[in-house]
Design a protein around this ligand. Structure first.
Ligand SMILES: *[C@@H]1O[C@H](CO)[C@@H](O)[C@H](O)[C@H]1NC(C)=O
Ligand SMILES: *[C@@H]1O[C@H](CO)[C@@H](O)[C@H](O)[C@H]1NC(C)=O
Ligand SMILES: *[C@@H]1O[C@H](CO)[C@@H](O)[C@H](O)[C@H]1NC(C)=O
Ligand SMILES: [Cu+2]
Length: 149
């Protein structure tokens, strides 16, 4: 009985140590952008970011959208170069990160490797999905050392 309870204590201590020692990289989280709504016209992604954040370095954003056909509209993922282009949905200097096909299946994964502002937008219809469709959001991942959960 005595031996058994000390063995149990050791087990508890080992588990506690593991929880403390788990490396930061393995704590990175994976987020489906928009959750059940996925990456689509008219959803408020700014609100989604507020509800889901903060985001940390090495977290993964997953953009899910079906390839276009006669009934499904095309979507894509671009990164804007700066806040001004993001505000105005000006795609001239934007960088394509996922084309209209890449959101299919398990989706397109973007790892937030850099601790900088990421200005994500949908680039379809010359920016109309960004302006009218509200398909845009900004994320600035924090240092993973700050994760407090
Ligand atoms: C993020 O992941 C990269 C590659 O897996 C790793 O080298 C780096 O240390 C990680 N950074 C943080 C802050 O977890
Ligand atoms: C989206 O949500 C944000 C944050 O909750 C809010 O400030 C903004 O007005 C909303 N945008 C629209 C178009 O409803
Ligand atoms: C268009 O794509 C959607 C989603 O992938 C699918 O459910 C639908 O059957 C497709 N429609 C046509 C006409 O191919
Ligand atoms: Cu779109």
């Amino acid at each position: 009985m005595e031996a058994r309870s000390s063995a149990a204590l050791v087990a508890v201590a080992v588990v506690a140590l593991l929880v403390v020692l788990v490396p930061e990289t393995s704590r990175a989280e994976r987020f489906i952008v928009g959750d059940a709504a996925r990456w689509t016209w008219g959803y408020n992604y700014t609100d989604w970011v507020i509800r889901k954040g903060p985001f940390f370095q090495n977290d993964t954003l997953v953009f899910m959208y079906d390839p276009p056909n006669a009934t499904v509209h095309a979507h894509s993922v671009y990164l804007m170069r700066n806040a001004a282009d993001y505000q105005s949905c000006n795609l001239k200097a934007a960088k394509l990160v996922a084309n209209v096909m890449q959101g299919a299946g398990t989706g397109f994964e973007f790892v937030l490797k850099k601790r900088k502002q990421h200005y994500f937008v949908c680039g379809e219809r010359g920016g109309i999905h960004c302006t009218m469709g509200n398909m845009k959001f900004v994320v600035k991942p924090k240092s993973s050392a700050c994760r407090d959960d």
